[in-house]
Design a binder for this molecule. Sequence first.
Ligand SMILES: Nc1ncnc2c1ncn2[C@@H]1O[C@H](COP(=O)(O)OP(=O)(O)OP(=O)(O)O)[C@@H](O)[C@H]1O
Ligand SMILES: [Mg+2]
Length: 219
Amino acid sequence: MAALDVLGAVKHYDDGRGLRRVPAAIEFTSATGRTTALWGPSGTGKSTLLNLMAGILVPDEGGIRFREDDGGTFDVSRASERQRVRYRRRHIGFIFQFFNLVPTLTVAENVALPVELNRLGQREVALRRLETLGLADCANRFPETLSGGEQQRVAIARALAHRPAIVLADEPTGNLDADNADAVTELLWQEAQQAGCSLVVATHNRRIADRADEVIALA
Ligand SMILES: Nc1ncnc2c1ncn2[C@@H]1O[C@H](COP(=O)(O)OP(=O)(O)OP(=O)(O)O)[C@@H](O)[C@H]1O
Ligand SMILES: [Mg+2]
């Protein structure tokens, strides 16, 4: 069982009036099959924490530790940039509020990208997920021709394509209307569970947070 430990990881920002420590030092573990919500108002450090977990940012205090299936551990917070890129590419799936699909690639190419970067032979499996997400007819279209809800479902398919241990989602429904938000939330939970990964969702929406096994409140 893979797991990601957040050990009081904090980033220092200078906001002009002095040093700010973001987020407030917290500890939790995101393990296979578990869902965690990072819940709190704007500016409490939800995105910062997700970026620390993904190894995009490096903490100034505390640490981030990834534990692999086979018992090996990887200290994300002390690793070189190169090692962090490899860790992120292999073990992390990321879903953004504004989808962040590659505009010059078709839907199918976007979804296949993580599989190809990892040189995995799971392209067909990854593309089959487009069907379960109701996107079979969209495979050869470009992202800009899709609705917001459709683009976010493509982003879910892409985040899961390489079977990552951990899926990190930053306000994944923040840019969708209520109906689409509910549908995307449902699919995200369903697909993450099916894929057997852990899911960490940053949200200020209490209704979404309450769906998680554990709610980490940031203040
Ligand atoms: N690169 C940076 N330089 C300086 N301050 C930053 C930087 N990035 C974030 N911050 C500050 O850190 C705090 C936390 O930001 P963060 O984006 O993590 O919050 P958030 O909880 O995701 O907010 P939101 O709900 O609005 O997305 C904010 O006060 C922000 O201004
Ligand atoms: Mg944010």
